[in-house]
Design a protein around this ligand. Structure first.
Ligand code: PLP
Length: 493
């Protein structure tokens, strides 16, 4: 209701209540005004009612919701189901136009406004997280892997000479980032990491040697990674960025869950300052607690981000954009900073818990001082087996007890991804000297989660050892327990 209408209400309900109510409406309008003028995260997050009322205004600005509209085109955002309409809060036109995902859609002023704002909020959030040298930020309705593909395709098409196809890639055992390079029509050149104590680090000499061997002009980009499972360390993005600057090779940083890591963001920012970073890609779900569906493409140069939005063919879903918009507006700077701090504190607790637990079980926590989100713990003596069935059994026991996310790494696994063979897949190197498990403290995890996790992990390891000693499923009669590989050999056939 605008001020004029409040005036009319005055004669019905009296001035006291009309003025009070009017003041409340104006406060909400004030929040919207700050958002539209500052185009940054609100200091304090908005309440749901304010968000809903703003979104409902925006939806009313789209042609499918005009009171007197009649559509005679092939895309009029007609929605059959009222449930679907509500689920989308009245938005139906998506974002973008055929030629550019970031341009204004003429039929959808409201949707376009939400998208523009979301990109600005994401830019601000990236800076709050620590990547202050971000000049352009585009939220894509694609998860991280596909967004990396799009960035690589853009670079390949717009920045490199015809025929350049190689991507120099310090090994990172995660399938989607590997497939992202293949899908972009590139040829990944895997550079093995070097082990320093327990930790696996970027081998800069090997990276440089590969560039020299292939010829810099034949390389599309170096793709580095800042967020990964222990005992892999984040890549040395600063050195890589310097090398890329000197060799004039684009540098794309896979920052998948890196925005929540202040150290990784600081390193990335340094890399942007002292060397070459063309773009970084970060997941919306992993960093901002929204359902899977989007990614941020950030860059120290606005033109790179513009080029990516122009390569995107056609329109796109607004769903992941709306999720991020709502989340960022309701988090505010204060909420985001609080969550980032909480994550740091919780990681310290997790590390402590894993260290204690490993001592209790004659194991040890892997020393990976550069990884500040994930921690590994050897399970050499607990598992004491190379049988993949036995190794994965501990993982399935945990899963059955409602513990997800623990990775039990079978260092002997060989995996082939579209013809590329990786030895020791999952352990980030050909021959890691330990069997181990990993756990991570990601944004949103609480101290209580850690306590419950450590407790259940301890119980599981005990139970695992009991079954192993007994050679059978003693105590494993719970219906949610997977069948024990210790009880009989036939289980494996
Ligand atoms: C999550 C993740 C990706 C991308 O996975 P999507 O499912 O495409 O979001 C890529 N690399 C790393 C290191 C990741 O953690």
């Amino acid at each position: 209701m605008d001020t004029k209408n409040v005036e009319f209400a005055r004669s019905l309900i009296g001035s006291t209540y009309a003025d009070q109510g009017g003041a409340s409406l104006r406060r909400r309008e004030g929040l919207v005004r700050v958002l539209l003028t500052q185009r940054s995260l609100p200091e304090i997050g908005w309440d749901d009612a304010t968000i809903e009322s703003f979104l409902s205004d925006c939806a009313a600005m789209d042609s499918n919701n005009f009171l007197d509209s009649v559509g005679a085109g092939e895309r009029e955002a007609r929605v059959f189901s009222s449930l679907v309409k509500r689920r989308n809060m009245g938005f139906g036109h998506g974002i973008g136009r055929s030629g550019d995902v970031a341009t204004v859609q003429p039929k959808a002023g409201g949707s376009s406004l939400i998208y523009k704002l979301t990109n600005r909020l994401a830019l601000h959030a990236s800076k709050v997280c620590g990547v202050t040298r971000t000049e352009g930020c585009l939220v894509l309705p694609l998860a991280t892997g596909m967004s990396i593909t799009l960035v690589l395709q853009t670079i390949k098409a717009t920045m490199r000479k015809e025929g350049a196809k190689y991507i120099i890639w310090p090994r990172m055992d995660q399938k989607s980032c590997f497939k992202a390079m293949l899908t972009a029509g590139c040829v990944p050149v895997v550079v093995e990491l070097k082990r320093v104590g327990d930790e696996l680090c970027t081998d800069m000499e090997a990276v440089e040697a590969e560039i020299v061997r292939l010829g810099a002009e034949n390389v599309v980009a170096v793709v580095s990674t800042t967020s990964c499972f222990a005992p892999r360390a984040p890549d040395d993005v600063v050195s890589i960025s310097k090398l890329c600057a000197s060799k004039q090779i684009p540098h794309v940083v896979n920052h998948a869950y890196g925005l929540q890591l202040s150290k990784a963001c600081h390193e990335l920012n340094e890399a942007c300052r002292v060397g070459r970073v063309d773009a970084w890609v970060a997941s919306t779900d992993k960093n901002f607690m929204v359902p899977v569906g989007g990614a941020l493409v950030g860059s120290p140069s606005e033109s790179v981000v513009d080029a990516v939005s122009k390569v995107y063919p056609g329109r796109a879903s607004i769903s992941p954009i709306l999720d991020l918009f709502i989340t960022l507006v309701s988090m505010g700077t204060t909420g985001l900073k609080r969550l980032l701090q909480q994550r740091k504190d919780v990681f310290a607790l997790l590390k402590e818990g894993i260290e204690t637990l490993s001592r209790d079980h004659n194991e040890r926590a892997l020393n990976s001082p550069h990884n500040l989100i994930s921690i590994g713990m050897t399970v050499d003596s607990s598992i004491a087996s190379d049988d993949p069935l036995i190794i994965t059994y501990l993982g399935s026991m945990l899963f059955a007890r409602g513990v997800s996310g623990t990775r039990i790494v079978n260092k002997n696994e060989t995996k082939s991804i579209e013809g590329f063979v990786f030895r020791g897949y999952g352990s980030q190197c050909n021959e890691y000297p330990h069997a181990y498990l990993t756990a991570a403290a990601a944004i949103g995890m609480t101290a209580d989660d850690v306590a419950v996790y450590i407790d259940r992990l301890g119980r599981c390891i005990n139970e695992f050892k009991r079954q192993k000693r007994g050679g059978g499923g003693g105590g494993g009669s719970r219906s949610d327990t997977p069948s024990s590989p210790f009880s009989s050999q036939t289980a494996s056939t």
